[in-house]
Write a protein that binds this ligand. Structure first.
Ligand SMILES: NC(=O)c1ccc[n+]([C@@H]2O[C@H](COP(=O)([O-])OP(=O)(O)OC[C@H]3O[C@@H](n4cnc5c(N)ncnc54)[C@H](OP(=O)(O)O)[C@@H]3O)[C@@H](O)[C@H]2O)c1
Length: 308
């Protein structure tokens, strides 16, 4: 009997808020498509949408929320901020702009994340303190981090009022590839950064275990590895055996690892099929086979997140 339902949620640490186990990502969902994709996702049963300031489609996510007919309190919406402004107040204003785009003047978001650890110690502290203010005012029901390693989270103990962060959104898959750093590097046009940060396959077990043992929810971004591994023979074999697509197997794998997968697609059929992962179980053997695809840090230039 399959263990999960699409309506299942997980508890956030030290909070009454619960997060839906499956999310819908909208990175690279263009503004002229994003509203339709979110509406289709809500229609297919997703109750969790993941956007960011960097994706430039927060307003479209907000429009979908308002027009869907689904009560606002039934949908969990996440956004992210990449870098701080000069002060806590100015950073808070940047956060508030997102809240307004998504929920209107009196709105809120369910989760607001620091998008990256790349702002340095002082920048991370500033971002967190601005997020704590938003959280205290109820405009962000929960707050967390993304692409943070163990050291980045431990550092927060010295100043955080809200600790641990409710969520760490990282690239955890059995076939992970550090796409965020790659894209961020392209974004800032820093070619040295691109080449020094490229990363081979890794499950990021250190940060995963740290988060799981501290109650921090691990969200899995790029859970289907952007479909780059659709023809991987081991994955294809597991998919054939289970009578499901490779994408469904990877999303199911993430669910069974205890992660919150955030698959993205703008294709209506794929939106539905990526959510059709609650009618089968991967066996212990299948999970072990997929686990065995991990290459750890062997051969890696750097870890996907820096844990020191
Ligand atoms: N925090 C971070 O730093 C960070 C970084 C990356 C991503 N994210 C979040 O995680 C979400 C997902 O990550 P992602 O977008 O990088 O990767 P992903 O979900 O692993 O893959 C998305 C890609 O796979 C294709 N695809 C989706 N379903 C498919 C299917 N059933 N069959 C074939 N192809 C399929 C999509 O194309 P079509 O749209 O054409 O179907 C898209 O190109 C993002 O949208 C974002 O919300 C966060």
């Amino acid at each position: 009997m399959p263990a999960f339902k699409i309506t299942d949620t997980l508890p956030l640490p030290n909070s009454s808020v619960r997060i839906p186990r499956l999310g819908f990502g909208v990175y690279r969902s263009p503004t002229n498509q994003c509203v339709q994709s979110c509406l289709k996702a809500l229609d297919a049963g997703y109750r969790h949408i993941d956007t960011a300031q960097f994706y430039a489609n927060e307003a479209e996510v907000g429009e979908a929320l308002r027009t869907s007919g689904v009560p606002r309190e039934e949908v969990f919406v996440t956004t992210k901020i990449l870098s701080p402004a000069a002060s806590i107040e100015a950073t808070y204003d940047k956060l508030l702009a997102s809240v307004h785009k998504i929920g209107g003047e009196d709105g809120y978001v369910d989760l607001f994340l620091i998008h990256s650890s790349s702002s340095g110690s002082a920048g991370r502290k500033l971002l967190w303190q601005a997020l704590e203010k938003l959280h205290a005012e109820g405009k962000a029901k929960s707050i967390g981090v993304s692409n943070f390693g163990v050291g980045h989270i431990e550092e927060m103990r010295s100043y955080a009022q809200v600790f641990p962060p409710h969520v760490n959104q990282i690239e955890v898959s059995n076939l992970a590839f550090n796409l965020f750093l790659f894209e961020f590097a392209i974004f800032v046009h820093d070619s040295d950064f691109v080449f020094s940060q490229l990363h081979p396959w890794s499950q990021q077990r250190v940060i995963d275990e740290y988060c799981q043992s501290n109650g921090i929810i691990v969200e899995a971004y790029s859970p289907i590895v952007r479909n780059y591994k659709a023809n991987d023979p081991t994955l294809v074999e597991v998919a054939k055996k289970n009578g499901h697509s490779t994408q469904q197997v990877l999303i199911r794998y993430a669910l069974q690892k205890g992660w919150v997968p955030l698959p993205k697609t703008d294709d209506p059929e794929r939106i539905a099929s990526n959510a059709d992962v609650f009618g089968f179980d991967l066996s212990v053997e299948d999970m072990a086979v997929l686990d065995s695809l991990d290459q750890g840090s062997a051969g890696a230039i750097v870890e996907a997140v820096e844990n020191e």
